[in-house]
Design a protein around this ligand. Structure first.
Ligand code: TEU
Ligand code: CA
Length: 548
């Protein structure tokens, strides 16, 4: 049961290595840079690092296109650097969770280089090949997530291969047992080096049945995950989290139920895609709907109340900065960042902090298309232009939800390039780095950073946060997110106004005395039956749970 797992009181911090800390002045973050910044994570109280891919890669998709699972990309460092990171993190009580990207490899992976040479290649069936359609074109009209067709013709053998993402990311054929055995062996090799687990990239796609047109949550998905657990994870001190864009509260326990023998938890995306346009997805951002946001999280808290475990997050390397997407990046940046963190860290589940979120970093605010780096954005710009969308209209969407918003360099201090590099950064540093940076935040006890540090510490100090039952309140209120956590005789009341106007509500059930554990405004020692909240005000009150 997750409640008693070794990792259950730990907070996870996601590092996107390219943008975290450069150590050699080439403008690209690297592993020695991460090691140099481990004290920041230890100070924050972090217990696990999810490290986005550092494996050898042509970097078409910044490392999510792997050409050697057992070597480190030279721009990030060496295997010795990786071993040092594992040891230095462990010395600080921090475990390393690596990014397992096995729905596809890079087209430069030796398996694919061999497979595409001949239909008789030993690794031919590690990938998904089909004959051209009768007209010589792709087998069907499916599109890639990154634009263009999902089939790429390989003239050497006269067949097409399937790729959900870029042509440089051919999908692996998970029905092939020899391929699966290679992946299992690689996973064991990394666990033997001392990592503590895996974040599994688009793992709900590995059960695909291409001929039946089933991509997500396909028929062989759970058998593959159960085999992976038996062959790799069982009996080891590990933690795993699957990236599953298709998961719902109804299917989540199939992945992380206590008796499933699959994963520790999954990332669901309903609170993310709810704000996307039905036809144009994230490229036409819709305003944040607080009621929908609460309804989704309350649903997930109920679904995994007795079994399974929630991954609690608002940001990652693929998403807009949370204070820009769900909060207020302007006047109420600090208090809105605190309000979002308070509700996310005090629900039942494991919080994931994305690099820079802990200081309230904001979206990038690029002025020109040339400032973007992400192939998804650049490809989709070309596609939307061809469909008649103007560049400035596309830039509005890219500046709202494009992945580069999360990938501008970590803002360490007010020195040139925010202390990220002594060279030219691979992507522009956000122009607000002189005000928003770790050094300044460390000096200000009222900063977002100190608020995160308190939240991480509270999780370790108060069992009610890890184990308490979740009880929602004011579910229909337009902006107030309120809930209780209850364990034995203790209750923790959590209240946040997720809006830029004062808010009031009748909440007699929440009323009572308590000890204010943290507050964005004046601490409160008691809750009145009628709540009155300032814009973006949040607090948590520890008290005795009322009788009955
Ligand atoms: O992301 C899965 C994925 O599909 C996202 O890219 C998402 O669909 C998209 O951003 C929405 O517009 C994972 C990784 O997190 C991402 O960085 C990789 O690019 C992708 O898989 C391929 O490995
Ligand atoms: Ca570097």
């Amino acid at each position: 049961m997750a409640e008693t797992a070794w990792w259950v009181d730990r907070t996870v911090y996601q590092i996107y290595p390219r943008s975290f800390q450069d150590s050699n002045g080439d403008g690209v973050g690297d592993i020695p840079g991460i090691i140099a910044r481990l004290d920041h994570l230890q100070w924050l109280g972090i217990g696990l690092i999810w490290l986005s891919p550092v494996f050898r890669s042509p970097m078409e998709d910044n490392g999510y296109d792997i050409s050697d699972y057992r070597d480190i990309a030279p721009e990030f460092g060496t295997l010795a650097d990786m071993d040092r990171l594992i040891a230095e993190a462990d010395a600080r009580g921090i475990g390393i969770v690596m990014d397992l990207v096995v729905n596809h490899t890079s087209a430069q992976h030796p398996w694919f280089l061999e497979a595409r040479r001949s239909r008789e290649a030993a690794t031919r069936d590690f990938y998904i090949w089909r004959d051209p359609a009768p007209n010589g074109g792709p087998p069907d009209g499916r599109r890639s997530v990154f634009g263009g067709p999902a089939w790429e013709f390989s003239s050497a053998t006269g067949q097409y291969f399937f790729h959900v993402f870029a042509p440089g990311q051919p999908d692996l054929n998970w029905t092939n047992p020899a391929m699966r055995a290679e992946i299992h062996a690689m996973m064991r090799w990394w666990l033997d080096r001392g990592i503590r687990g895996f974040r599994m990239d688009v793992i709900d796609l590995i059960g695909k049945d291409v001929d039946a047109g089933i991509l997500e949550a396909g028929p062989t998905l759970h058998p593959h995950l159960q085999e992976m657990h038996r062959e790799v994870l069982a009996g080891r001190k590990t933690v795993t989290v699957g990236e599953t864009w298709s998961v719902t509260p109804e299917t989540a326990l199939l992945y992380c139920g206590r008796d499933r023998g699959e994963l520790s938890m999954v990332f669901q995306f309903q609170h993310i895609t709810h704000g996307w346009h039905p036809e144009h997805g994230k490229w036409v951002a819709e305003p944040f709907d607080v009621r929908a946001f609460k309804r989704i999280w309350n649903r997930w808290q109920a679904a995994l109340a007795e079994d399974g475990w929630n991954a609690l997050y608002l940001s990652n390397h693929d998403l807009a900065r949370q204070v820009s997407r769900f909060g207020d990046a302007g006047r109420y940046r600090v208090t809105s960042a605190k309000a979002l963190a308070t509700v996310m860290h005090l629900m039942r589940g494991t919080p994931f902090v994305y690099q820079g979120e802990e200081i309230g970093m904001t979206n990038a605010g690029f002025e020109r298309l040339e400032q973007f780096r992400d192939l998804e954005t650049l490809n989709l710009h070309a596609e939307r232009r061809a469909a008649g969308v103007s560049t400035e209209e596309f830039l509005r969407g890219a500046n709202a939800n494009g992945r580069d918003n999360a990938r501008t360099p970590m803002q360490w201090d007010a020195s040139p390039q925010a202390g990220f590099t002594t060279g030219e950064p691979w992507i522009r540093v956000n122009r607000n780095f002189r005000e928003i940076n770790v050094a300044a935040a460390r000096e200000d006890d009222t900063s977002v950073l100190h608020h995160y540090r308190r939240l991480v510490a509270l999780r370790r100090e108060h069992p009610v946060i890890v184990r308490g039952r979740y009880v929602p309140y004011l579910e229909d209120h337009a902006t107030i997110f309120a809930f209780e956590r209850v364990l034995d005789g203790t209750r923790l009341a959590v209240v946040a106004n997720l809006g830029g106007a004062p808010a009031e509500a009748e909440a007699p059930a929440l009323a009572g005395e308590g000890r204010c554990l943290l507050a964005s405004h004046e601490p409160r020692g008691r809750l009145e039956p009628r709540l009155r909240l300032a814009p973006w005000e949040s607090f948590a009150l520890l008290g005795a749970s009322p009788p009955g």
